[in-house]
Unconditional design. Structure first.
Length: 522
């Protein structure tokens, strides 16, 4: 279990890195730099990629570990279940790759929190089926199934069907997210977090008798939300005052969470991530209710203060909640430092965005450009901090020639492919090439994947020679094709340079490192 979760923690972090990267690029674009309204990195695209990767990448993947972390805590094992869980992660990665590339190439719905094509939901449904199989495999080994397991199973069974229905562009509810916020929606969304927080607190609880219920604090909001759904279906839209009342019901979550924390005997020293997440949730709840006051909402609706509010909810509350779930599996001595530094960086970002929002609302006259500059710097710091936390630093310093070969291949191909994919138009314009064939994007993706094979070899010593062989012969084939096209005058000297680079990189392994590696084995 530990190895499985840690492996997917690292792989999920790759999507988080890209989410932060696109957020930083968007922030820089808001300052007037690198704005390309007609290329792949148009501002609306970088914004969409940032939001989509932050919402559908690392956070939900790590939250999905929660029931299995509880099984592990209670000593419930299932090898079959772990295989299904591993497959769930892989299918979700397929969804993220399709989502990211389709959005990058302009397939967007222009919805704030759901900008990917509807058909991709069927990949999520497939992932959900493997998740259900994983849960079932563990349940088989439980003599008395706890109520939280039974409820979780029912939710997992119905979720795929709800996803397909609610996200349908014709009769679903997703397009209504363009207008809002609605008090009943925020009541329902925040209520959905309650069982997750309950189980996360249970996971980290020092009290074996944790679980005393304060039903009144969640029954009232749930009852209010159910009534609002019935009202919308049978009568019509709610009035603003009705929504306002439902919004204020979210405040009942705060004493409930406080009592749970007290029961569980959480401590700052041990539960830094979870406690910080709860504080952020409470702050976002209170701030959200203040922002719902009509006079205040009119001032701040859709300005930078609302952006700051979203960063509190996602980058602090949800992200640190997900970290608290997997912290026992990642075994990092740097975890507490990471949580503290991450919180400081995002608090800085939230403060400058809030000040910018106050200025945009006309409360005082202040240029927002310096504030967005600080926001951009904060994004770079967050990206650097994440790389420091997840990068295999020890493996990088314990390096031999073969590992260096694979690491070099990863950096040159993966990062080279990413740079060409994102900034190819600008790069080629420097050498006087202004018309780029879109088919080259396939070549860039191919480069990236060759680099990923190198990364697998770097991270897994038992596969390092195999990965080097695969990539080397792949490079030989690619080199032969490029040289043939060049001699046929079908491509220019750029293709010849690519062929020479790939050929030399491959020959270095095949004629030198491979022989040395085999000699060492003898």
């Amino acid at each position: 279990m530990n190895n499985l979760v840690y492996k997917h923690f690292i792989f999920s972090s790759i999507f988080l890195i890209f989410g932060l990267l696109f957020g930083t690029i968007y922030s820089v674009q808001m300052l007037g730099y690198f704005v390309d309204n007609y290329g792949l990195l148009a501002p609306q695209t970088t914004r969409s990629l940032h939001l989509s990767l932050m919402l559908y990448g690392f956070v939900p993947l790590m939250l999905s570990v929660l029931p299995f972390a509880l099984f592990e805590k209670e000593g419930i094992k299932s090898k079959e279940g772990l295989i299904y869980l591993d497959t769930f992660f892989k299918v979700w990665y397929i969804f993220l790759i399709f989502m990211g590339l389709t959005i990058l190439f302009g397939v967007q719905r222009h919805l704030p929190f759901y900008d990917f094509h509807y058909l991709l939901n069927f990949i999520l449904v497939a992932a959900g089926l493997f998740y259900l199989l994983a849960i079932n495999s563990f349940i088989k080994n439980i003599s008395v199934v706890p109520i939280w397991v039974r409820i979780s199973k029912k939710i997992i069974i119905f979720s795929p069907f709800l996803l397909i229905i609610l996200m349908n562009p014709i009769f679903g509810q997703v397009d209504k997210t363009l207008v809002g916020p609605h008090g009943d929606n925020t009541l329902g969304m925040s209520f959905a977090l309650l069982p997750i927080y309950y189980l996360a607190i249970k996971l980290n609880s020092q009290n074996e008798f944790f679980g005393r219920k304060r039903n009144i604090f969640w029954i009232i909001p749930l009852f209010g939300y159910i009534l609002s759904v019935i009202y919308r279906i049978t009568v019509g839209n709610l009035s603003y005052n009705q929504e306002w009342f439902l919004q204020y019901l979210t405040l009942l979550y705060l004493p409930l969470l406080l009592l749970w924390v007290k029961d569980a005997k959480l401590t700052w020293q041990k539960d830094t991530a979870l406690i910080t997440s709860l504080v952020a949730f409470a702050f976002a709840d209170v701030e959200g209710n203040i922002l719902f006051i009509p006079e205040i909402r009119a001032l701040f609706h859709r300005n930078d203060l609302v952006v700051a509010h979203a960063h509190i909810a996602v980058s602090l509350s949800l992200f640190l909640l997900s970290i608290s779930i997997v912290q026992s599996f990642i075994d990092s001595s740097r975890l507490k430092k990471f949580v503290v530094y991450w919180t400081i960086i995002f608090c800085l970002m939230i403060v400058v965005l809030s000040v910018s929002g106050l200025s945009q609302a006309g409360l005082f006259n202040l240029s927002t450009e310096p504030l967005w500059t600080i926001r951009s710097i904060s994004g770079v710091l967050a990206l650097g901090l994440l790389l420091w936390f997840v990068a295999p630093i020890k493996q990088i310093f314990k390096i031999d020639l073969l590992r260096f070969y694979n690491l070099s291949g990863f950096f040159s191909d993966t990062f080279g492919g990413i740079m060409l994919l994102l900034f190819g138009t600008q790069i080629f314009s420097i050498i006087g090439i202004y018309e780029i064939n879109p088919i080259l994007n396939v070549v860039y993706i191919f480069m990236i994947m060759v680099g990923i094979i190198h990364l697998i070899g770097f991270l897994n010593k038992q596969y390092e020679a195999l990965c080097a062989n695969i990539t080397s012969w792949t490079r030989i084939g690619v080199s032969a094709v490029f040289i043939s096209l060049y001699l046929q005058n079908s491509i220019d000297i750029t293709g010849l340079l690519v062929a020479i680079y790939d050929f030399l990189f491959a020959i270095f392994w095949l004629s030198f490192l491979a022989l040395r590696f085999k000699m060492e084995e003898i």
